[in-house]
Design a protein around this ligand. Sequence first.
Ligand SMILES: [Zn+2]
Ligand SMILES: [Zn+2]
Length: 342
Amino acid sequence: MKAVRLVQPGRRLELQEVEVPAAGPGELLVRVKAAGICHSDAHYRAGKSRVQPLPLTLGHEVAGVVETAGAGATNFSPGERVCLHYLVTCGECGHCQGGSEQFCASAAMIGKHRDGGYAEFIAIPSRNAFRLPDEIPFEQGAILMCSSATALHALNKARLQPGESVAVFGTGGLGFSAIQLAIALGAREVFAVDIKLGKLERAKGLGAVPVNAAECDPVLEIRRLTGGGGVDVALELIGLPRTMQQAVRVLAIKGRAALAGITDKTFEVAPYEEVLNKEAEIIGVSDHLAQELPLLIQMVRDGKLILSKAITRTVPLEAGAINEALDGLEGFGEDVRVVITM
Ligand SMILES: [Zn+2]
Ligand SMILES: [Zn+2]
C-alpha cells in the first residue's frame, strides 16, 4: 500500500510502498478515508518533537471504514464507518483504569510512535475505534479526533457548569471548537480573545463576544463586560505566558483557568490577590480521553459543533501535496486546515 512517511526529521516526507498491516488479536484493519494534517505533524517533520521508530507513517487524525476485524475484535464488522482515538494504551494500568489513560506508561500515539493514517490502511486496537454516524463526513470525523477533543477535555477539566461565563484565549483550531462546545454545554456568555480581526469575526459568528486584545487590555475589558466580576472559566489555548496570566487574572471568585497552550516559559501569578483570595484554580490540560469522544461525535451529529467551515481544502495521498500543506502550516499557523482524502 501507499504510505507517506517521515524518514528523517528535518527532511520532506516520502511516499513509500509498504506492506498492508495485519489486524492482530483485538485489532481492526481500517481503510483510511480521511486523515487530517495537523500542526503537530509539521513539528514532527521539523524534528521539534521526537518521532520514533523511523521511518514512520504520520497522521493521528483518522477516519475510515473497517476492512477486517482481527480475532476477538467482535464489536465491529467490515464496512462500518469509524473514527480513531489516537492514543493506544494498555487498558489495564491504574491510569487506564482510573480514567486518565493519557498517563499510561505504555501509551503510543498513532502517527508519532506507531504508524498513522497517511496511508491506505491502518491497524489499531478496536477499543480505539468509535462509530462515525453516516451524516458526519469522514473529513470531519478525522479532525474531530484532535483539536475538538482537546477543547472538550479542557472544558471538562475546568468543570464548566450551565449558566457560567467563559473566556477563550485564542480562537484558532482549538478555540473554534471550544467556543461552540462551551455554548452547547450551556455557558451563559463566551468571550473570545484574539488579536486577529478575521478570527474575532468568526468567533462572533459562532455566538461569542469578541474581545480584541490588540486594542484593549482583555482582562479589563472582560471585567467591564461582566460588571467587574470576571469569568467562571478561562481557557488558554495559545501557549503564551502573557495570555496565561490574563486567563488567571480574569477569573471570578471560584473561577478556574484551564491551560492547554504549550510553552516552556514561566508566568507570574500574584498568589493572594489572584488565587487564594478568590479560591481560584489553575488547571493543566493534557490531551483528551477516549471516553469523551462519544459525546463529541453526538454534538456534531446534533449540529452543536459545526466543523464544515473548519476544513480549508482536501489533498490526495501524495508526498508533494502533503509536504506543501505542512509548509503552509509552518508559514500561516493553525488556521489552515487541510485533510487528506482517499
Ligand atoms: Zn492533531
Ligand atoms: Zn495503561
